[in-house]
Design a protein around this ligand. Structure first.
Ligand code: HEM
Length: 630
């Protein structure tokens, strides 16, 4: 049953609920005054309290629901009844206690009396507008914000400076305002129409689905792909986000017309990366910077790094030969530390570089820590490690200037734009900081999976060994010789498809509202591309859970849909695609050659299941029995 005909449809139940509450509160207020020595004064005071009691839920609803409040019947009723109670309060103050309007100004002071009367008049006008118009006009919306601020603040100030129940009401009103503001700021939909959004869940208030993502980021994307399909919405790091999985969705996600990386990543990621490096930039600034960085990732540049890689490999292989049995992951971590330190600062393999590895480890942990800097906690220590790495890079830049070297830092110092200009030292140190982060994990994880795969598949170990013996049985390596290792190339590609290395790209932000597969993609929402899930779609990679290097035979690779093989992201080299892609192929080939020329290895019984780390690795650290090939 509807009792009001205007644009607002207040039901009898809604009206009865609020009217009864209003009636009871006001009657109790007026009767309670009977118990006090000054009846009229207390009727004025208690009716103000009654108005406050109704105002608290009204203000809460108005703030937390935003523009939707105009269609919220409980807000309208509470707002109106609170106003009526305020009129009762004014009646007692003006006509019963003071006698008339003129005396009210004398008794209460002109400023206060004027304020109270203007407030009543404005509030009355707003209540009338709320009942008799649809409130969609911009000026009414602005007017309503104004009156809510005035009423809320006036009541707050009056109540909080009193004692007893009045102060308690003031505190409750303040809490209601703060909570409503928080709820509103966290509401991912913030008054949006939700019918045309992709499927998905926003999870818990405030936290969204961040905990599930942090717990196991690969499972997070896998489960949701299964439940909602290749485009779904979620809520991560305080922001609504849409995930894109599969070649078509991934290609859409890479469209720079709709998506940008600028200001797109959570603030802690930006702080850890010292606010400015490739993954956090976009547009012309990114393209310009990327083209300079890419000069250190050419085949000619790789030819300069290969001797460094071989030196580091030889250093550790000798140690492993002596160790015989060991856990391979800690060893690969040391190798990765020595290699990154050699490439980015000119360090030599061994304990000094391994100590840098410890700093990188602490730095990387910051990306999955609670982002509060307490100095002694994970995030605080990560920030300190960031600064240690930056200091190390500064020192290396100075040393490289004095004595030029052929490592990656040396080449980055020589890169030039067409007009001859180069990166400033400030830009360079931040890019190298990010390179430490980007390369360290990628290196030890891909080498871990190379060794594990070859041990688990003796037929692949045999094919790879035959290729090494046939093509590069001895001597130093270079890009030309590595070209001939076609089986190892396929293996290197399948490792990055098969194993869960990166679950997703860096975050992007929606630049302008757009549509994908009839779903609305709202402006300013976050966006992310699913990497591992994209490479495990059976329609693109048949039998995705089988490890098959043959899928990367050149003709099969060329026939794959655009952006289906995306372990390093997608798009053109000067987009956000990882520049380390070919370097990792080179690295896997070089290490595989050095392993297969001389050594054999077996995995003793152990738990090879992958853990839930950001980059999952075998639970027991990949124990190995290692020795010379007989
Ligand atoms: C197995 C090893 C590696 C994998 C799987 C990998 C993967 C990725 C992914 C997924 C991205 C983000 C793409 C995006 O947000 O769209 C990325 C970015 C990046 N990676 Fe790698 N990476 C690896 C190794 C390396 C290495 C060895 C280096 C450098 C020596 C490197 C340097 C970078 C840089 C500089 C970016 C930022 C690119 C940009 O935003 O323009 N990565 N990588």
């Amino acid at each position: 049953m509807r009792i009001v005909k205007f644009k607002i449809n207040v039901s009898l139940a809604e009206f009865t609920n609020t009217f009864l509450s209003f009636g009871i509160i006001l009657i109790v207020a007026l009767l309670a005054a009977e118990l006090s020595p000054n009846l009229n004064l207390h009727r004025a005071i208690y009716s103000f309290w009654a108005s406050s009691l109704l105002l608290i839920p009204a203000i809460y609803l108005y703030i937390s629901l935003g523009k939707l409040a105009k269609s919220n019947n409980y807000w309208l009723l509470l707002w109106s009844f609170s106003f009526v109670a305020y009129l009762v309060h004014l009646f007692y103050e003006v006509f019963v206690i003071s006698g008339n309007v003129k005396e009210t100004f004398v008794a209460g002071g002109t400023a206060i009396a004027t304020g109270k009367l203007i407030l009543g008049l404005w509030w009355g006008i707003d209540v009338a507008l709320a009942w008799f118009t649809d409130s969609s006009a911009k000026w009414i919306q602005i007017e309503r914000i104004g009156i809510n601020i005035c009423v809320g603040l006036s009541f707050l100030v009056i109540l909080i400076f009193q004692e007893g129940l009045a102060r308690s009401l003031g505190v409750i009103l303040a809490i209601a305002i703060v909570v409503a503001l928080l709820v509103r700021s966290q509401d991912p939909l913030n008054n949006q129409n939700i019918a045309d959004l992709p499927p998905g869940s926003f999870g818990l208030p405030f936290l969204g689905e961040t905990i599930s993502l942090a717990w196991d980021n690969h499972k997070f994307y896998r489960d949701r792909l299964q439940k909602y399909g290749s485009v779904f919405k979620t809520h991560l790091f305080g922001k609504p986000v849409i995930a894109f999985i599969g070649p078509e969705a991934f290609t859409f996600f890479l469209d720079q017309k709709y998506f940008t990386r600028e200001q797109a990543n959570p603030q802690p990621i930006q702080e850890l990366l010292d606010w400015e490096s490739l993954p956090l930039l976009d547009g012309e600034k990114h393209r310009d910077r990327k083209n300079l960085i890419l000069q250190a990732f050419t085949p000619q540049a790789f030819d300069k790094y290969i001797p460094l890689i071989e030196e580091v490999a030889t250093y550790y292989l000798k140690q492993w030969e002596q160790l015989g049995s060991f856990a391979w992951i800690p060893e690969y971590r040391k190798l990765s530390a020595s290699l990154t330190n050699a490439l980015f600062t000119g360090g030599v393999p061994g304990p000094t570089s391994e100590a840098v590895g410890e700093i990188i480890e602490t730095f990387v942990k910051g990306f999955t820590s609670v982002p509060v800097n307490l100095r002694w906690n994970g995030y605080g220590k990560a920030l300190q490690s960031r600064d240690k790495l930056l200091a190390l890079i500064d020192k290396a830049i100075a040393q490289h200037r004095q004595q030029p070297q052929q490592d990656m830092l040396g080449i980055l110092l020589q890169t030039r734009r067409e007009d001859g200009s180069s990166l400033t030292d400030e830009q360079l140190r931040r890019e190298v900081l990010h390179l430490f982060f980007a390369a360290y994990g990628g290196i030890y994880i891909s080498l871990t999976f190379l060794s594990m795969t070859l041990a688990q598949h003796p037929e692949m170990m045999m094919l790879a060994r035959e290729e090494v013996n046939a093509q590069v049985p001895d001597g130093s390596l270079n890009m030309e010789r590595l070209q001939n290792l076609v089986y190892l190339k396929k293996l290197a590609y399948e490792i990055r498809r098969f194993y869960p290395i990166n679950a997703a790209t860096f975050f992007a932000k929606v630049k302008q509202e757009c549509e994908f597969q009839n779903y609305r993609i709202p402006k300013d929402w976050g966006a992310v591309g699913g990497i591992h899930t994209t490479m495990h779609l059976p329609q693109v990679f048949p039998e995705p859970e089988q490890f098959k290097p043959c899928r990367f035979a050149p003709e099969k690779f060329a026939a794959l849909p655009q952006n289906s093989y995306v372990p390093h992201g997608g798009g053109a080299p000067d987009s956000h695609r990882c520049p380390g892609e070919d370097l990792i192929t080179v690295l896997i080939k070089v290490i595989a050659v050095h392993l297969l020329r001389k050594y054999n290895w077996e995995l003793p019984p152990q738990n090879l299941e992958l853990n839930c780390n950001l980059f999952p690795i075998p639970q027991d650290g990949l124990k190995v029995n290692f020795g010379l090939n007989k």
